[in-house]
Ligand binder design. Structure first.
Ligand code: NAD
Ligand code: UDP
Length: 314
């Protein structure tokens, strides 16, 4: 089996690469390391791993053979990072997605899974979010470079699917956390944990009443693998995430207690358009994939805390 993972040295991509290498697959990774880290894949079997340090918007895809599954993950994902790399985020998800689709057509590669996001629902007016909800997105706000780019990517892969009869699946990924997140990633779980370990203030943006629902990375990888490997579900768009919803105030309190830190909780201004609530309806994932998350928040956080303790020692 051959697998192509764009963004394969990032947080989720590196876990996917490891899982498919362990299954005996040959894995091709294209990553420009804008937010990824080669250390995440350094110990993987080099004979079965082909790493290309390159930008998917300019890469010459003719060097990659036909594959069984394309996982298209390339894109900054942390709000801090996609706001810094705003134009690149727009181009990666639009031009980059086009290049991946043209490669898929040219090689007759079998399947593509697009890593889309709960951000396509914006600041949702439907709760929990079901896949048939069109969302509430500000097209010109500071998050638009990511939200609209992902919405465009969804439009592009589904248009290609209809026009060229391709096997496309879309994963709408909700907040995921775990080892291999970067220390300076800027997302809430890595921020709270690294702040707590270092004894620095734990920064809540806004009043902390906004909610998110956190999925541990091993559950995410199982969900993405099932989405890619299940037959008869071409064209499906599926939320993958953990429906256990927490306020950021609750998350800060849990992390503070688990790390046993002297860090105080402080409040910073919140950015424009930060969604006030987010929780996936995972009925489709349960019905079509037989998938639901298994890792409890405290268990996933414990593993993530251990990872960051080690990473911060280095
Ligand atoms: P990440 O930033 O750790 O990984 C993204 C990877 O893509 C990085 O390795 C980065 O270097 C690479 N990349 C970015 N632009 C590229 C380009 N032009 N060419 C080649 N490589 C490029 O983020 P992640 O959390 O692993 O997210 C992976 C995917 O899942 C992203 O598409 C993201 O939008 C999606 N997603 C993630 C979450 C989450 O909570 N982690 C939630 C929703 C969606
Ligand atoms: N957040 C926070 N403190 C931080 C980082 C993030 O309170 O140090 C909040 C952020 O405002 C948002 C939530 O945590 O409401 C999740 O933010 P994250 O950047 O992880 O991802 P998002 O879900 O917004 O894409």
């Amino acid at each position: 089996m051959k697998i192509l993972i764009t963004g394969g040295s990032g947080f989720i991509g590196s876990h996917l690469a490891r899982t498919f290498i362990q299954k005996g697959a040959e894995v091709y990774i294209i990553d420009n390391l804008v937010t990824g880290n080669k250390n995440n894949i350094a110990d993987l079997d080099t004979a079965n791993l082909h790493f290309f340090e390159a930008d998917i918007t300019t890469f010459d895809f003719s060097v990659i053979p036909a594959v069984d599954i394309i996982f298209h993950l390339a894109s900054p994902a942390s709000p801090i990072q996609y706001k810094i790399h705003s134009v690149e985020t727009l181009l990666t998800n639009s031009l980059g997605t086009y290049k991946v689709l043209e490669y898929m057509r040219a090689t007759e590669s079998k399947r593509l899974v697009l890593a889309s996001t709960s951000e396509i629902y914006g600041d949702p007016l439907v709760h929990p979010q079901t896949e048939d909800y069109f969302g509430n997105v500000n097209t010109v706000g500071p998050r638009a470079c990511y939200d609209e780019a992902k919405r465009f990517a969804e439009a592009m892969v589904t248009t290609y699917m209809r026009k060229y009869n391709l096997d496309i699946r879309i994963a709408r990924i909700f907040n995921t956390y775990g080892p291999n997140m970067e220390i300076n990633d800027g997302r809430v779980v890595s921020n709270f944990i690294t702040q707590a370990i270092s004894g620095k203030p734990i920064t809540i943006y806004g009043n902390g009443d906004q909610t998110r629902s956190f999925c541990y990375v091993s559950d995410m990888i199982r969900g993405l693998s099932l989405l890619a490997e299940t037959d008869g579900i071409a064209g499906q768009i599926i939320n993958i995430g953990n429906p256990e919803e927490k306020t950021m105030k609750e998350l800060a309190t849990i992390v503070k207690a688990m790390v046993t830190t002297s860090s105080e909780i402080v409040y910073h201004p919140i950015d424009q358009d930060d969604p006030r609530k987010r929780k996936p309806d995972i009925t489709k994932a349960q019905t079509l994939l037989g998938w639901k998350p298994e890792v409890k928040l405290e268990d996933g956080l414990q593993k993530t805390i251990e990872y960051f303790r080690e990473a911060l020692r280095k």
